[in-house]
Design a protein around this ligand. Structure first.
Ligand SMILES: [Cu+2]
Length: 343
């Protein structure tokens, strides 16, 4: 019958359109310097693929991980992910601006950021040993009756499909994997209907404090039936519990903002130094440059930023920790001359 053939044709069209709507992170920006991410749609065909700060993933459909794989390695840094070949230097207290290629407005849900210590090198670390701690989590921002609520994903879209996250100033220096993730909940009313889009990047963090928060293995971050993963977002939610382990208490919730790009750099390879003006984390006796990383959290009790979720639970909310701090610092988070970072 013609109708059956038509249905097949429409199904194929729908599939193509849906897949095309998915996305990946194209680049990250630190202090105005842009570092290329891993492009899963073109790098697999380049021999050799460029060395970048983003982990590779078998993701040429820009697809996702779902609950059927939460206990498998693919949830860690996306499908069959492999270590990035290089890393980006940053000081504790500075911000990473994460640029997605696009994001479909229908794909509402939380935006979550984790860090995990690599030890000697994030370029060679075994991903199954990484223990992630949460440094940022935004879920349902406001429960508007129309449009099924204003979510972190809506903030991301409004911010030119990008997200800003701050590396806590209390964190010990060292090599870290940043695991940034959007979870799309448009089909999450059914089991394994949530779609996780994890993206991993290697950072060499300098300066900072001495905190080494405990973390959670990637394969233990989520369960398919977590309240924030099996949830019907079309039911006029008044609150939402962001999934995953509780927030690191040194995490800083920030207001989303843009980041100007003043230059670009290739991923740093080898020892975690190599950028002029930035002391390496493994060099004994190095100290943060004067004036650098000058963004210290200012504890206040009146913290309720726009980046917070509605729920007050310690497990997933941005409320009740830290507070607004020096937002006069520019979006890139540093007064250091940009030229010192150019490669
Ligand atoms: Cu989708």
């Amino acid at each position: 019958m013609a109708s059956a053939a038509l249905r097949v044709a429409f199904a194929a069209l729908w599939y193509t359109a849906t897949v095309a709507a998915h996305s990946h992170v194209t680049n990250i920006v630190i202090n105005g310097i842009s570092y290329q991410g891993y492009d899963p749609t073109s790098f697999p065909y380049k021999k050799p693929p460029p060395v970048v700060v983003g982990w590779s993933a078998a993701q040429n459909d820009n697809g996702f991980i779902d609950g059927s794989a939460y206990s498998q390695d693919d949830i860690i840094c996306h499908r069959r992910a492999k270590n990035a070949g290089g890393h980006a230097p940053i000081r504790a207290g500075e911000r990473v601006f994460i640029q997605w290629e696009t994001w479909p407005s229908s794909h509402k849900g939380p935006v979550i950021d984790y860090l995990a210590r690599c030890g000697e090198s994030c370029e060679t670390v075994d991903k199954t040993k990484l223990e992630f701690f949460k440094i940022d989590a935004v879920g349902l921002v406001s429960a508007s009756k129309s449009n099924n609520g204003n979510w972190a994903s809506d903030q991301l879209i409004a911010n030119n499909n990008s997200w800003m996250v701050e590396i806590p100033s209390s964190l010990a220096p060292g090599n870290y994997v940043l695991r940034h993730e959007i979870i799309a909940l448009h089909s999450a009313g059914q089991k394994n209907g949530a779609q996780n889009y994890p993206q991993c990047f290697n950072l060499a963090v300098m300066g900072g404090g001495s905190d080494a928060p405990p973390g959670t293995l990637g394969t233990q971050l989520y369960q398919p039936d977590d309240p924030g993963l099996k949830v019907n977002i079309y039911s006029a939610l008044s609150s939402y519990e962001v999934p995953g382990p509780s927030m690191y208490d040194g995490a800083v919730s920030i207001v989303q903002a843009a980041s100007a790009i003043t230059g670009s750099a290739t991923a740093v390879t080898g020892a975690a130094t190599g950028v002029p003006g930035i002391p390496g984390p493994n060099q004994p006796g190095t100290t943060p440059a004067p004036g650098g990383g000058g963004m210290k959290p200012t504890p206040t009790s009146s913290s309720d930023q726009s980046g917070s979720t509605l729920t007050g639970d310690a497990g997933g909310s941005g409320n009740g920790r830290g507070g607004p701090f020096d937002n006069n610092a520019n979006a890139a988070g540093s007064s250091r001359p940009q030229s010192s970072l150019r490669a």
